[in-house]
Design a protein around this ligand. Structure first.
Ligand SMILES: NC(=O)c1ccc[n+]([C@@H]2O[C@H](COP(=O)([O-])OP(=O)(O)OC[C@H]3O[C@@H](n4cnc5c(N)ncnc54)[C@H](OP(=O)(O)O)[C@@H]3O)[C@@H](O)[C@H]2O)c1
Length: 278
């Protein structure tokens, strides 16, 4: 179990990455810059962005101003499927905007609908990894069949899979599959985009434990071995979300939160990876 927000998990290839991250989707400009600096100041070491978020320049500048040494940070970005034909160029663009000469993490943002293009992109990015431009090459929004296809072609499992997970949409089967294959799950929208903090059980647990609903939700991810990346542009919430390492949920409390899952994927907030992006 992680001891602090800066503690690392060890991935299936032996690399280490921080076990808690800061999300940057739908944030930009000075508001994002301040939030990133606040996050680094209170111990977040993994910052999660993507070409699709159009904020890599702001993230890069904020990280430079944070004063933290480059090697202490884990900067992760993602390639959008429309760039799968020229992945080296997409990577170089992200590096230039972030002002970095390597990325700690680089993910195929969505599998996309064309398996041949996806596999070619992954292969070309492996060469970029060998060239030292990427430390951890992983995937996002991959289902079992897409993970298995990568394994069949390349002979190893990707190290991480970043997927939508929160109590109303637990993706229990996919998380179990990833755990069996040694793939670290990173939970996107770990707070259900803020909506699950209104849930009655979450609020009840928060009141019982003297915590906030957001802290209960984030602790649920940690208890399950998932790596959450909450986003907030408010300094007090950035700090609140980080303060989840001095209490635990019992197995019964975790199971009760698991029970919030809606049937038939109704709790999903993002798109279905089998049909997106078109
Ligand atoms: N790979 C993918 O396809 C994918 C897709 C979506 C997201 N992501 C990544 O995952 C990250 C997190 O997901 P997300 O941004 O969608 O959702 P989230 O982190 O679950 O929730 C963010 C929302 O919750 C609010 N919030 C945060 N902390 C709070 C607190 N303590 N109390 C009350 N409200 C709080 C935020 O508002 P304020 O900002 O106003 O505080 C924001 O509206 C993203 O930023 C991105 O890095 C990846």
């Amino acid at each position: 179990m992680l001891e602090s927000i800066s503690s690392a998990v060890t991935l299936n290839d032996g690399t280490k990455m921080p076990g808690f991250g800061f999300g940057c989707y739908k944030a930009s400009g000075p508001e994002l810059a301040l939030a990133v600096r606040e996050a680094v100041g209170c111990g977040y070491r993994y910052v999660d962005t993507a070409a699709y978020y159009h904020n890599e320049d702001t993230v890069g500048e904020a990280l430079r101003h944070s004063g933290l040494a480059r090697e202490k940070l884990f900067v992760l970005s993602k390639i959008w499927p429309t760039d799968f034909d020229e992945p080296a160029r997409a990577l170089d663009t992200s590096l230039r905007l972030l002002g970095l000469d390597y990325l700690d993490g680089y993910l195929l943002h969505w599998p996309g609908l064309d398996s041949a293009r996806r596999l070619r992109a992954f292969e070309q990015l492996l060469r970029q990894k060998e060239a030292g431009k990427i430390r951890v090459l992983g995937v996002s929004n991959f289902l079992e069949e897409q993970l298995s296809e990568l394994h069949d072609v390349f002979g190893f499992w990707p190290v991480v899979n970043q997927i939508e997970v929160h109590p109303l949409f637990t993706q229990a089967g996919l998380c179990r599959f990833c755990a069996q294959c040694g793939i670290q799950v990173i939970s996107w929208s770990p707070l259900g985009r803020g909506r699950e903090m209104e849930n009655a059980l979450v609020r009840e647990l928060a009141a019982d434990l003297g915590r906030t609903p957001a802290q209960i939700l984030l602790r649920w991810h940690l208890e399950k071995g998932l790596l959450p990346i909450p986003k907030s542009v408010h300094a007090e919430r950035v700090r609140e979300n980080a303060a989840v390492f001095d209490f635990r949920l019992t197995p019964e409390q975790v199971a009760a939160l698991d029970g919030l899952r809606l049937p038939d994927g109704q709790g999903r907030m993002g798109p279905d990876p089998l049909a997106y992006p078109r």
